[in-house]
Design a protein around this ligand. Structure first.
Ligand code: GLU
Length: 307
């Protein structure tokens, strides 16, 4: 049943691929093949169901913001983290600088670039890149995650807007560390090379309350997981988060590399990969596949029928 529904969702998502385009503002991302679409579902009882391009590696991009927030909540605690970033949807593009200059010193939320850069400023004194890489491997249940050097270089060469965000935060005394080092760590985390399976693994750990389902190890506290999933739900899909919450109703986070990570409470983690993006930066095939799955399996958090 799950197999058939997943296949149908994948086929449904594929119909939309030609309506989007791959991100090319980071030149290396522009080389992605827009016809890729992969869908992977992992359940707490160890089942994996997948279709399409699930072995294809691509970069994590904005999805690393979820991992950074989780690590910061674990390390620094809720109050400290939210004295540096707010919890409000911004309604602006992920890389916008506007409200940061006009409306508030603190970034609106940890899922936009300004928020993630500020969160990484909190992490940097304690964690080296190698520590965070280990954490990402564990939480994604994927030991093969490595840095994609070509994307990292390309991000760094074209990343002045992110450096500008860092300097603006520094000018407001919100970012206290070294701007260039902080933003460099952000570029590296965005450039981690993952698959749809890794995203299903991450979604599953979050769906399972922060406990790795295979070895029983608690990776995140229940409060961290609750906070992360709430912010994914309200802010995880760029400035389409509201529409996505209504149509799909699952906490999700997307990245401009084409990934979407979704976490269905106690039931499953879902990872999709499709680099053809809508105009907001969300995978167009992945988003539609998730909408299909949500409808057929009653995954919307406010769906009163059960799947
Ligand atoms: N590295 C990308 C940037 O900062 C991440 C964007 C994203 O996936 O939203 O522009």
């Amino acid at each position: 049943m799950l197999q058939e529904t997943a296949k149908a969702a994948w086929e449904y998502g594929r119909q939309f691929l030609m309506n989007g385009r791959v991100a090319d503002y980071i030149p290396e991302l522009g080389k992605a093949n827009p016809v890729y679409l992969g869908l992977c579902i992992k359940t707490p009882d160890g089942k994996t169901v997948e279709y399409g391009d699930v072995e294809q590696r691509f970069t994590m991009q904005s999805i690393c913001k979820v991992v950074c927030l989780a690590a910061a909540l674990q390390q620094e605690g809720f109050d400290k983290v939210f004295s540096h970033v707010m919890m409000e949807p911004s309604g602006d593009a992920f890389n916008s600088i506007l409200k940061l200059d006009t409306a508030s010193n603190r970034p609106f939320n940890p899922m936009i670039n300004a928020g993630a850069i500020e969160i990484i400023n909190l992490l940097a004194p304690t964690f080296a890149f190698s520590d965070l890489l280990e954490f990402v491997r564990a939480i994604c249940m994927d030991d093969d995650i490595v840095l994609d050097e070509a994307v990292y270089r390309s991000e760094s060469e074209t990343g002045d807007r992110n450096r500008a965000i860092g300097y603006l935060l520094k000018s407001k005394d919100v970012l206290t560390g070294d701007v260039l080092q902080t933003v460099d760590l952000y570029f590296k985390l965005c450039s981690l090379s993952i698959t749809a399976r890794s995203l299903a693994g991450l979604g599953l750990v979050l769906a399972n309350g922060g406990v790795h389902p295979e070895n029983g190890i608690r990776l995140l506290s229940a409060q961290t997981v609750r906070t992360v999933k709430t912010l994914m739900f309200t802010c995880g899909m760029y400035d389409r988060s509201g529409e996505f919450a209504v149509r799909v109703g699952i906490p999700c986070k997307s990245g401009v590399g084409g990934g979407i990570m979704a976490s269905v409470e106690n039931r499953m983690g879902i990872g999709t990969f499709g680099p053809s993006l809508d105009e907001k930066g969300n995978s167009i095939g992945g988003g539609h596949a998730l909408e299909y799955l949500s409808r057929e399996l009653h995954l919307h958090i406010f769906d009163s029928e059960t799947g």
